[in-house]
Design a protein around this ligand. Structure first.
Ligand code: PGA
Length: 257
């Protein structure tokens, strides 16, 4: 992780066939050579693509984009149909994992701190950098319980407080902003960043160094530059599925250090 650069993470979610994924990845790689930027790009394709990514590593041992996984299992190996372990991911050049994404919490009932903690521990044990996602629903926001909610979601991280460099990045993704075209005011994002830091350092006693803070939820090529002035990076969903839009978001990092 290079904190002088902005982290721009692309969450492809459940999109792209094998050839489509390879094409998009190659377009991003080609585009990166041409655009000035100050980004550390990470792509989070589906597991299918992670397997296929190996053809890239065979020809380019250090590609300019890092590889991430959208999920990982709670156990090191064994009889867990449909799951994938940290160890398996590591063997496929995966450097990052997403943990606690709103869609996993909502659709797969993974809004459970002990399960999230198991995943975190697997990631830590295998030296996978974790983008830890949190964010409130519209209902919680309206009832002004956002901070309480974030504190609860962040609780699994307190178990990492004896680790000097936990390799964690925080992604604040309000549920009401994901895929809706709505985004919070940048001042609000800034305030949440301050509050999350307070929760982590003062309540959960997580040591410094500084944990990078990412924003996600309806980021696009038009709003990226403005948001980037207040955060260390972005987690981008639908706009990362189009090479041109994603490259414009990467280019938006060039003046932001
Ligand atoms: P979105 O998704 O950019 O499509 O809103 C962001 C995310 O879920 O990570």
């Amino acid at each position: 992780m290079n904190l002088k650069k902005k982290i721009i993470a692309a969450n492809w979610k459940m999109n792209k066939t094998l050839p489509e994924g390879e094409k998009l990845r190659n377009q991003v790689l080609e585009g990166l050579k041409k655009i000035p930027h100050n980004a550390e790009p990470i792509l989070f394709p589906s597991f299918l693509h992670i397997g296929n990514w190996q053809n890239l590593y065979n020809t380019t041992p250090n590609p300019p984009i890092a590889l991430g996984a959208q999920n990982l299992g709670t156990e090191p190996n064994g009889a867990r149909t449909g799951e994938i372990s940290a160890h398996m991911l590591k063997s496929a050049h995966v450097e990052y994992v997403l943990i606690g994404h709103a869609e996993r919490r909502t659709f797969y009932h993974e809004d459970n701190n002990s399960l999230i903690l198991q995943k975190l521990q697997q990631a830590q044990q295998h030296n996978l950098k974790t983008i830890f996602c949190c964010g409130e629903s519209l209902e919680i926001r309206k009832s002004k319980k956002t901070l309480e909610h974030l504190q609860k979601q962040l609780e699994p991280l307190k178990n990492l407080n004896n680790i000097h460099n936990p390799n964690i990045l925080i992604a604040y993704e309000p549920v009401w902003a994901i895929g809706t075209g709505l985004i919070p005011d940048v001042k609000e994002i800034q305030n949440i960043n301050t509050q999350i830091r307070k929760i982590l350092h003062e309540i959960y006693l997580l040591p410094k160094p500084y944990l990078p803070f990412l924003y996600g939820g309806s980021v696009n090529e038009k709003n990226a530059q403005d948001i980037l002035t207040h955060v260390d990076g972005l987690l981008v969903g639908s706009s990362s599925l189009h090479a041109e839009k994603f490259l414009q978001i990467l280019a938006a990092t060039q003046h932001k250090t």
